[in-house]
Design a protein around this ligand. Structure first.
Ligand code: COA
Ligand code: AMP
Length: 633
């Protein structure tokens, strides 16, 4: 059977120039591209070479030019401060233009980096779009990271200016951001010239004279700045994400391909039209926030909701329904963990009944596989299609989805449905030979990747090739394992590296292990992602102490937990560790993480033939039972 999805998918693979060239016609260009897909420097493919574009123009001014200036562009809804503030396209453009003027007055120009370390307030979107307006490359750092992580990003991106706010609000707790920022700047070897700080009424930040500028004061004297034409291939932003070590990878996004792919996805994947209200309940610090709180909905001329709150506790598990009802949200995009949190508080969905959800059409989930329980519960409560879709920071938009604007496939539990147009997804074995339908292998994408995905890593072409392109020549390695079934449905089973997903946040267990072994009394450490009913996975640490350490183990555990919190941040959710005599290893010395993980999750496991001493598995099981895992809860 042929349907719109099959037609679009085939065209995107067989005629990428035709497919994406057509999509690009819906965007604003100062100058048309010379070539849709430039493959002259493989494996570095570039989209819309020679074209000139501005992402901020496409997000704001373009709609104003078409007479939509008085339509709502952004709704800031903050239950934690009891605020709802709306911005029309005109209002948002004016504020963005002024902030762009302020940045320019501080010497920021095309290609300069601006680091944004901010909570979920409208000013964050304003700062981001202002960078795009003048061609400055923004690098947003999630607020839940500690000073050390921020410092690493400052050193890599070398921002001229940092934009921040006095505080974030976590449910009822005020989290001062400025002391963290000052500490990070102290630690880093690349000091920004200026910091622009938005003072929130909940906390007044102390300013460093000569360096720090008060947002409100700065904006007063700033002149609005126009959008400047940029090359389609110029970088729009850098977003750092966890790699396999403590050093994060700077994923680069360009301007042209990003505008085209994201705008296409709004109709193709999410089936939303200009004027619809779209809400991604994520954080601007993550890729979902970049793509679907800020850029894509605005490219499409939708109203986007920027929500400063949590699915539960702000004030209750009905807040998502309240926001959907108040703002007539058509599409919600969040992580399954948010729904698990709501379900835990309101299993019967009593709060859903209090709200008018008549405008609501579909729920999209990503960040981790949607578990069947959550899928069924959400379908039952909301009575709309619940769509699992799979993507990564690197890809910028979904690799696989039920593309609602093309064709609504029957949902198969545990599957994000089919590869989205542009994604030539394959399953291969370790020698890059195709796997049969249903057979698990590495999920890889035949090059070129579609527009919107990363062209490289920041200042690190070699790292890009080594990380993503080397292992399977001709393909992009997603580092996810899975299979495609007889019907072409994709199943994403697990990561093939040490990345874990904790409450939809991507973390590296390798980075945590590096911190644990920094403790003077720890000789060796392993960190694993263990199943968690709410967060999907949580990290659990195993410590082998140096010979002769006689101190209370509980003290040492407390110290390493604090070290991870201080160096990575609260977002790591590293709250459990235990001391063991030794770690199970292969004869060649590799820690058997997979086996420990299975024991912790009370799954069946086989004693690996390569293990050096099988008795250790029993010791590990006992240690896990003591801390509430391996059936010990
Ligand atoms: N600034 C400062 N601290 C932050 C923060 C921020 N922006 N975001 C999270 N934190 C802190 C939290 O306060 C918490 O601190 P604690 O250990 O002192 O309690 C810690 O980091 C862990 O946060 P989180 O994993 O979010 O757990 P939680 O218990 O606060 O909330 C959920 C659990 C499920 C409600 C929450 O994770 C959620 O809403 N997730 C949605 C997922 C999401 O947005 N994913 C993005 C991809 S779509
Ligand atoms: P991030 O870069 O934070 O978006 O995390 C990307 C990783 O999250 C992917 O490589 C997957 O391991 C996982 N992931 C995201 N969405 C899904 C999904 N729908 N199903 C399964 N895994 C997912």
């Amino acid at each position: 059977m042929t349907n719109n999805y099959d037609v679009a998918f085939q065209k995107s693979i067989n005629d990428p120039d035709g497919f994406w060239g057509e999509a690009a016609e819906n965007c604003h260009w100062y100058k048309r591209w010379d070539k849709v897909l430039d493959d002259s420097k493989t494996p570095f493919y570039r989209w819309f070479k020679g074209g000139e574009i501005n992402s901020c123009y496409n997000a704001l001014d373009f709609h104003i030019d078409k007479g939509k200036g008085e339509q709502l562009a952004l709704i800031y809804d903050s239950p934690v401060t009891d605020t709802i503030q709306t911005y029309t396209f005109n209002q948002l453009r004016d504020q963005v233009a002024k902030f762009a003027g302020l940045l320019a007055s501080q010497g920021v120009s095309k290609g300069d980096r601006v680091l944004v370390y901010m909570p979920m307030i409208a000013e964050s979107a304003i700062a981001i779009l202002a960078c795009a307006r003048i061609g400055a490359i923004h690098s947003v750092v999630f607020g839940g990271f500690a000073a050390k992580e921020l410092a690493v990003r400052i050193d890599d991106a070398k921002p001229k200016v940092i934009v921040s706010a006095s505080c974030g609000i976590e449910v009822a707790r005020v989290i001062p951001y400025k002391p963290l920022l000052d500490e990070a700047i102290n630690m880093s070897s690349n000091k920004p010239e200026k910091c622009i700080v938005f003072q929130r009424p909940q906390e007044k930040a102390e300013m460093v004279s000569g360096r720090d500028i008060d947002w409100a004061e700065g904006i007063e004297s700033a002149s609005p700045h126009e959008c400047i034409p940029l090359l389609a291939t110029d970088p729009l932003y850098i977003l750092y994400t966890s790699g396999t070590t403590g050093t994060p990878k700077g994923v680069v996004r360009d301007n042209g391909g990003h505008v085209v792919a994201l705008k296409w996805s709004m109709k193709g994947v999410y089936n939303v039209d200009p004027g619809d209200v779209y809400w991604a309940a994520s954080d601007i610090g993550w890729v979902v926030g970049h793509s679907y709180i800020i850029y894509a909905p605005l490219f499409q001329g939708c109203t986007t909701v920027l929500f400063e709150g949590k699915p539960v506790g702000t004030p209750d598990a009905g807040v998502f329904w309240r926001v959907i009802s108040d703002h007539k949200v058509k599409t919600l995009f969040t992580a399954p963990t948010a729904f698990r949190a709501i379900k835990r508080e309101d299993p019967r969905g009593n709060l859903v009944k209090n709200y008018d959800l008549s405008n609501f059409r579909s729920l999209f989930l990503a960040g981790e596989r949607t578990d069947p329980d959550t899928l069924k519960w959400a379908e039952e409560m909301l009575k709309v299609p619940v769509i699992d879709h799979w993507w990564q920071t690197e890809t910028g938009w979904s690799i696989a989805a039920n593309c609602m604007g093309l064709y609504h496939f029957k949902v198969k539990e545990g599957s994000p449905t089919k590869p989205a147009p542009g994604w030539n997804l394959q399953v291969v074995d370790s020698s890059t030979k195709p796997c049969k339908p249903g057979e698990i292998g590495a999920l890889v994408v035949k090059l070129p990747l579609p527009p919107g995905s990363l062209p490289t890593l920041w200042n690190n072409d070699e790292g890009y090739q080594n990380t993503y392109l080397k292992e399977f020549p001709g393909y992009y390695k997603t580092a996810d394992a899975g299979f495609i079934d007889e019907d072409g449905y994709v199943f994403v089973m697990s990561r093939t590296d040490d990345i874990i997903n904790v409450a939809g946040h991507r973390l590296s267990t390798g980075a945590m292990e590096e911190i644990l072994t920094d403790h003077p009394e720890v000789a060796e450490a392993a960190v694993l992602g263990v199943d968690d009913k709410l967060k999907g996975q949580v990290p659990v640490g195993f410590l082998v102490l140096n010979a002769g350490v006689s101190r209370d183990h509980a003290e040492i555990v407390k110290e390493v937990i604090q070290m991870v919190r201080d160096r990575i941040g609260p977002v790591a959710s590293f709250k459990t560790a235990t001391v063991v005599q030794r770690l199970p290893k292969t004869r060649s010395g590799k820690i058997l993480r997979g086996t420990i993980q299975k024991i912790a999750n009370s799954q069946e496991y086989k004693t690996p033939a390569t293990i050096d001493d099988p008795a250790i598995l029993g010791e590990i099981k006992d240690a896990l039972i003591d801390i509430g895992y391996a059936g010990g809860k």
